[in-house]
Write a protein that binds this ligand. Structure first.
Ligand SMILES: [Mn+2]
Length: 330
């Protein structure tokens, strides 16, 4: 049954002694990884066997969260499956076939499809929910420092270093409690935001060369093709947050990144970000995806990169014009 769990019910479920596989979303970011490994700390502390799996490799620089674990799904059977920061079965990527086995989802996406029993709160990060769970279990003082490093990584990453509009007084209060545990928060932020591989820098350079602007510079888009990746020795992990490069340009209200799939050249994964009060998840929903109001995604099927771009630009141009018309009237 796909019912909503209260925090207390979630804690009671978590306490049941079951071997557990924790699932992250594809292209794993510090929130899904931090939530998963923090939850693993909780389960280990409660005396259970727990592992984390993801269809994609985590970036090496996130070893401080994963401990360098491979995250591959081995086919081993577990008594319980928990998805963290996963909004829909499709977000499991190649592990989507495990979606029917998921017993509990812990998430913070407003557009979660509730594919299992779920605990959700619309906090800025999923990591905050894991903190609340540990608090409910009464074990905050007994968890290792790495538990707090994992949570801080998730909170900081999903709020852009506590700069995005999703930050609330609750976010800052929780971050304060996490920092009080003695973590090296400056080093975590340096790793997340400043440490880039040479390949990531090369991808960024290419992005600034190839990006296109629409609607008088209010929409920026980069279409990252397989050819661009192959010629420049760039992997999908290197362009994970490339949308932030086109988002930083003055005057941009909607930033878009389309990445051609390395496995299926007719598929393009779309990331969208809003620099104003524009609900980009609406346009993504029309395109078959979803996400948060100011950060959402979808997968586009098209016969060429240009066709994929045109499909996306059409929807977001409409969205932008609606926003501008609304501003004029209001
Ligand atoms: Mn998240």
């Amino acid at each position: 049954m796909n019912n909503a769990l209260t925090l207390n019910e979630l804690a009671n479920e978590i306490k049941k002694q079951k071997s557990t596989l924790i699932l992250c979303h594809k292209n794993p970011d510090p929130d899904t990884l931090g939530s998963a490994f923090a939850l693993k700390h909780i389960l280990l502390h409660l005396g259970m066997n727990a592992e984390v799996a993801c269809c994609d490799l985590a970036q090496r620089k996130f070893d401080f969260i994963t401990g360098g674990a491979k995250l591959e799904y081995t086919g081993k059977k577990y008594e319980r499956y928990i998805a963290v920061d996963v909004a829909s079965p499709a977000q499991l990527g190649e592990l989507e076939f495990l979606a029917p086995s998921v017993d509990i989802t812990i998430d913070h996406h407003a557009m979660n499809t509730r594919f299992s029993s779920y605990y959700e709160s619309f906090r800025a990060s999923c990591a905050e929910n894991i903190y609340l769970l540990a608090e409910e279990l009464g074990i905050l003082d007994t968890l290792p420092i790495n538990f707090y490093e994992c949570l801080y990584a998730g909170m900081s990453a999903d709020t852009g270093g506590f700069r995005f509009s999703n930050v609330t007084p609750d976010t800052m209060s929780l971050a304060s409690l996490v920092i009080a545990r003695g973590i090296d928060h400056a080093e975590i932020n340096r790793i997340i935001f400043d440490a880039k591989s040479l390949e990531e820098i090369r991808a960024q350079k290419l992005t600034y060369e190839k990006m296109e602007m629409y609607e008088d510079g209010a929409i920026s888009i980069i279409v990252f093709t397989n050819e661009m990746k192959n010629v420049n020795n760039i992997t999908d992990a290197d362009i994970g947050d490339i949308v932030n490069s086109v988002r930083g340009i003055e005057g941009v209200l909607i930033a878009l990144a389309l990445k051609q799939s390395s496995k299926d050249e007719a598929k393009f994964s779309l990331s969208s970000r809003a620099n104003a009060d524009i609900d980009v998840s609406k346009a993504c929903a029309i395109l078959g995806g979803g996400g948060h109001k100011r950060a959402a995604g979808a997968t586009i099927t098209a016969s060429s990169p240009n066709e994929a771009r045109d499909i996306v630009i059409e929807q977001f141009t409409k969205l932008l014009r609606e926003y501008k018309a609304g501003n004029k009237n209001g």
